[in-house]
Design a binder for this molecule. Sequence first.
Ligand SMILES: Nc1ncnc2c1ncn2[C@@H]1O[C@H](COP(=O)(O)OP(=O)(O)OP(=O)(O)O)[C@@H](O)[C@H]1O
Length: 296
Amino acid sequence: MRLHGVGRRYGLRGRWVLRDIDLDVPRHALLRIDGRNGTGKSTLLRLLAGIDAPTAGRITGRPATAYVPERFAAALPFDAAGYLVHCGRIHGLPGPLAQRRAAQWLERFGIGEHARTPLEVLSKGTAQKVAVAQALLAEPELLILDEAWTGLDTAARAQLDAEVTARVAAGTTTVFVDHDPARLAGAATAVHRVEGAALVAVTPAAATAPNTAPAAVLIDAHRPGGPRTVPPALPASARTLPARPGDAGLRVTVAAADSDAVLRALLAADPAWHIRSVAPAPGPAPGGALAKEDGR
Ligand SMILES: Nc1ncnc2c1ncn2[C@@H]1O[C@H](COP(=O)(O)OP(=O)(O)OP(=O)(O)O)[C@@H](O)[C@H]1O
């Protein structure tokens, strides 16, 4: 996706909140948008999400997008599960899959008992989990998160961190705003600051650090209640590690270059695997000739 000379102002005589913004939003990118309060970060994210239109300029190459707004419109006539299924259908999921994904995300965030609770009576924290789940239950090519972590409990914040990391590694582009400067620190491929209606590129720590990219990564996933069957047709470098005692999770080491294919396969499985972590793999990189363990 690309922004060409994009500007936005509210009202005919309003000041330009954003002006002449040129921005490339490539695949696999994790873009952080910074800026002082009221500078136009949410405005930019709404333009990227396609729920607001530029006053000037144009946006080309818009991919399938999911968006978590800064404020969740809880006054909608749905219960939590019904809302998630509705959103899943809008994202193009068939009905039964949308229902399964909705149930999975409610369980994953520990709010399964609120499946039939109307949105308008959900607590703020639970409503925020629903707001995040509606964006994650599909596999958008572009994920826009406007302070999506705000209001989540510690466990849900960590889940969202891991989910974003996994999805970016699998090829999803994510653009986010968060007040915590440590949010996904070091992982951002680019940081931009909104300043005086312009977008200023800030070099992220990750881009200036020496190249410490691992040769192989260890992907740790789980699928509560679902079969532990490994998706077929993983890359040759993927190796499934033996299960740890008492842990039904799945651990796969894979050459870093192939990790996106493994992550995509796990995220697209039905039921989807939940990625607990993606970390540099200890030891030498797995090679194409390595045998798969765990019966594969
Ligand atoms: N719908 C709207 N109508 C009129 N003005 C608006 C509208 N939305 C935003 N603005 C104004 O545009 C400017 C930028 O707002 P925006 O919410 O994009 O900033 P922000 O950087 O996200 O702020 P914050 O950090 O406080 O969330 C502000 O002056 C705001 O008042």
